[in-house]
Design a protein around this ligand. Structure first.
Ligand SMILES: C[S@@+](CC[C@H](N)C(=O)[O-])C[C@H]1O[C@@H](n2cnc3c(N)ncnc32)[C@H](O)[C@@H]1O
Length: 378
């Protein structure tokens, strides 16, 4: 193995190696248990100081197992020929993890070291989970019925590649009924619906404006950027990968407007001011608020409250339970509740007197495998 040890290991670095090894073991035991390949790879990394040493190239907060896993995956998705690919279902492989895997992993990491280091230094794990649209569509339908609005406008804060902006283009199969785009739709997403099912609005609604904003939007026209999104998925999950590929291909044609901005709410304010009259604006964030520290989140909430009061904006939020609107009581937990990964979908608005109101709409699996509808029909 020719991993470059130039800045390793002093006594402090040995401590760092032990910390990273513990992180990989924990990741194998708790976070990727449904992917045997990632379990085996994480254990192999934890046992191999040369591989652990790569983590020194990831900046502080990013030094997490899934960044190196994504970097390795990206090199295989790009088509680098190596026997390691035979373990990755995403690369056509079907080999089960075996005793040869650690040596092949080390050999591959040695061969690809410069590219891996570049990823560790410059990339962050980033996904865009189009499966969340299984809840976004009924949530928008709920809003359309409640507000008697047939024209909605969607602003996706923390949009990643903007794939949630295609919510109307996908069809949703909830088992007993379907919603969304007419058949045959280019993308059909399956979801188990739990709870009462509100009827769709009698007259159909549509999105007449869409905008995404992100600190680092993913350009769907850039193959390398899209490959990184794919690399951040786990290699065994072919359903998610296929869904992502189809949504990206639709987004390439639709070219939804995405903006890079450090202050996304300033972009939102300008967008609201320019919307045609009679359109109901909706702000969406899904799995974004966790990136904020407490003071930033408080300021964000205050600024969005002002926009709700001044522009009739509705705020749809899909986040972990702890990030629900502060005045919302905790709804009963769903059957498969997973702390830190089940999504709670909430709606907030300002009433005629300017007081903030909130409602829990649904629980869902983070990738939309199931949803439990909570909101009463409007
Ligand atoms: C976990 S991803 C979720 C992406 C997408 N909303 C989804 O549901 O798949 C979080 C996204 O939030 C973005 N983000 C984090 N902080 C942000 C901020 N202050 N302003 C805009 N985007 C932000 C990240 O760049 C990343 O694309």
């Amino acid at each position: 193995m020719q991993i470059n040890h130039a800045s390793l290991p002093g006594a402090a670095d040995s401590a760092a190696l032990r910390t990273w090894a513990a992180q990989y073991r924990r990741f194998a035991e708790q976070e990727c248990t449904d992917d045997p390949l990632y379990v085996a790879i994480c254990r192999a990394i934890a046992d191999t100081p040369e591989l652990l040493a790569l983590m020194q190239h990831a900046p502080g907060q990013q030094a997490r197992p899934n960044l190196l896993l994504a970097a390795l995956h990206e090199r295989l998705l790009v088509g680098v020929p190596h026997a390691l690919a035979s373990y990755y279902p995403s690369c056509g492989g079907s080999r089960a993890p075996d005793a040869e895997l650690p040596a092949l992993l080390l050999d591959f990491a040695s061969q690809e070291q410069p590219a891996l280091i570049a990823h560790l230094r410059g990339r962050a794990t980033q996904t865009n989970e189009v499966g969340r649209c299984v809840v976004l569509w009924p949530a928008l339908n709920h809003i359309a019925r409640w507000r008697d609005a047939d024209r909605l406008a969607l602003f996706d804060f923390g949009c990643s590649a903007g794939l949630n902006l295609g919510v109307e283009e996908y069809r949703y199969d909830y088992g007993v009924f379907q919603h969304g785009a007419p058949t045959p739709a280019p993308l059909l997403i399956a979801c188990e619906w739990r709870g009462d099912a509100p009827a769709p609005r009698a007259a159909p609604w549509r999105l007449v404006a869409r905008q995404g904003v992100d600190l680092a939007p993913v350009d769907v026209q850039d193959p390398a950027a899209v490959r990184w999104l794919q690399a951040c998925l786990w290699p065994h999950d072919r359903v998610r990968a296929e869904r992502l590929a189809q949504a990206v291909s639709l987004a390439r044609k639709a070219a939804y407007p995405l903006r890079q901005a450090a202050d996304g709410l300033a972009v939102l304010e300008q967008w609201l001011a320019e919307l045609p009259a009679g359109v109901q604006p909706v702000l969406l964030n899904s799995w974004v608020l966790a990136y904020f520290d407490a003071p930033t989140l408080a300021l964000h909430r205050e600024r969005v409250a002002g926009l709700m009061r001044r522009h009739g904006l509705l705020w749809l939020s899909a986040e972990a339970l702890a990030l629900r609107p502060p005045a919302l009581a905790q709804p009963p937990l769903p059957q498969d509740y997973q702390p830190g990964s089940s999504s709670l979908w909430t709606l907030q608005w300002a009433d005629a007197g300017g007081a903030l109101q909130q409602q829990a709409l649904a629980w869902s699996h983070p990738h939309g495998r199931w949803l439990q509808w909570l909101a009463l029909p409007p």
